[in-house]
Design a protein around this ligand. Structure first.
Ligand SMILES: Cc1cc(C)cc(-c2cc(NC(=O)[C@H]3COCCO3)[nH]n2)c1
Length: 234
């Protein structure tokens, strides 16, 4: 039995989380984003924005730009230090760890969905798992680094969830720092309802700017041309 298999082996909550991987998120999305209705859709963005806000709290980021594209993909860019691009001790690039390893979301590992603002900066892999694709671009140490992830079903019917498409590549030089993430919510997860609401985004982004004085938050909707800037003096 499963208990016999686990008895005598040092399974920790972390091991089980890593074992379950992102496929578990696709199986029970509600555990990670609350629901697969509109509120769950917007949580994909809040998980990413949370990370950029953390970088502002660490005093390295002063600006976050959010853009909704015509195809309902969304881009978040910050001017923080940029996710480290070094190799993680596990032998995979740090950005790949951030987007493909399910991190302990609560005090007992996994922790399940939290009603408060998401999983506090550890939910980026959840956004990846529930997207058709996700791309990260990092501006750090004078270089532009890029890695892509995708979810697809192979010719044997196996679903590959949020897996890297290639490695972390240097694609150019830059004199800025920061992290840019673009992701496309998967219609298969959200029953076709993948169109984010401008009003929902702008209201919450205004709140985020108000709660983090000094942080400038820009939103641009390429579907309608609407745009707004929120900035409460630091
Ligand atoms: C938009 C977005 C999305 C994600 C998943 C992370 C981030 C992010 C992550 C960081 N900074 C870091 O991860 C590093 C910077 O180097 C020290 C430890 O924290 N800045 N911005 C931004």
């Amino acid at each position: 039995t499963e208990s016999a298999a686990i008895a005598g082996s040092e399974y920790s909550a972390d091991d089980i989380q890593i074992l379950e991987g992102l496929t578990a998120v696709r199986k029970r999305p509600g555990m990670y984003i609350g629901s697969t209705t509109a509120s769950g859709l917007h949580h994909l963005l809040w998980e990413i924005v949370d990370n950029a806000v953390d970088e502002h709290l660490a005093k390295f980021c002063s600006k976050i730009d959010v853009t909704v594209h015509q195809d309902n993909s969304v881009t978040v860019v910050d001017n923080g230090r940029g996710i480290p691009t070094s190799m993680h001790k596990s032998g995979i690039p740090t950005p790949q760890v951030v987007f493909t390893i399910l991190h302990a979301g609560g005090k007992f590992g996994g922790g399940g969905y939290k009603k408060s603002g998401g999983l506090h900066g550890v939910g980026a892999s959840v956004t990846n798992a529930l997207s058709e694709w996700l791309e990260v671009e990092i501006y750090r140490e004078g270089k532009i680094h890029k890695q892509k992830f995708a979810t697809w079903v192979d010719d044997k019917g196996i679903e590959h969830v949020g897996e890297p498409v290639g490695g972390l590549e240097v694609t150019g030089n830059t004199n800025r720092t920061g992290t840019k993430v673009t992701f496309k919510p998967d219609p298969k997860v959200f029953h076709g309802h993948v169109s984010m609401s401008y009003d929902t985004l702008s209201e919450r982004l205004q709140e985020i700017a108000f709660l983090n004085s000094g942080l400038k938050v820009n939103i641009k909707d390429e579907r309608s041309g609407k745009a707004d800037t929120f900035h409460y003096e630091g």
